[in-house]
Design a protein around this ligand. Sequence first.
Ligand SMILES: Nc1ncnc2c1ncn2[C@@H]1O[C@H](COP(=O)(O)OP(=O)(O)OP(=O)(O)O)[C@@H](O)[C@H]1O
Length: 255
Amino acid sequence: MIEARGLTKRYGSTVAVDRLDFEVRPGVVTGFLGPNGSGKSTTMRMILGLDEPDSGDALIGGRRYRELGWPLREVGALLEARAFHPGRSARSHLRALAAGSGIPDRRVEEVLGAVGLADVGRRRAGAFSLGMAQRLGVAAALLGDPGVLLFDEPVNGLDPEGIRWIRDLMKALAAEGRTVFVSSHLISEIALTAEHLVVIGRGRLLADTSVAELSARSVSLEDAFFALTRDSAEYRGDPAARGSDLEAQGRGGAS
Ligand SMILES: Nc1ncnc2c1ncn2[C@@H]1O[C@H](COP(=O)(O)OP(=O)(O)OP(=O)(O)O)[C@@H](O)[C@H]1O
């Protein structure tokens, strides 16, 4: 389980995360939604001990990340593709991570197989396509067989096959009883992947509910999301303002 308790982070005068309280439970995929700049990445970074909260706590199984004895065995994360040394092979990248966590080399072969990279394990990871790099990131997340997994925008840049693969993988991991927390901008994708949702806007909790319940609030999950985040989006175009100057000038006489 993941818990945020009064979790708060400021950058100068910006309150990136504002007294967040939520729990992410095992057994289902929980989606983490919010407009750009709403604090999703900052929240995930605090859960993973990469950022310090100004106040409050982010807990994994009741403990802060830095209190975990063998972090990789308790929590795996896919934060950004290409988080590896480009000159290293996929296998040596994973072996270095494994060695630092007391994980045997045979586990490296298992995860390479699980993500479909067994045949290219000797290739330089820097030459990998984005889809292959994402798979290597997933392999690293799975290395310690952790009970808690975080994915930050995992389908970014993936082709349809890669998207389906990662969606099925997250569901399978949750079905095994793991806690799976995934951020996304893609509401249609989250609708296919997650059962539960945590929605934030401007660092604040807007909803902690099931996909079914939020969808039922409007004609679609997307509409319900827009209604919920109406006052939270930093950048949202005004359709009424589009092209008004051109119209005023008669579109240069084209019509
Ligand atoms: N290192 C930093 N220094 C200063 N401000 C930051 C830093 N990291 C994040 N912020 C600010 O904190 C707020 C939350 O950013 P964050 O990246 O967590 O949002 P997000 O929901 O992940 O956004 P996106 O969907 O665009 O990835 C934003 O206003 C952002 O500009």
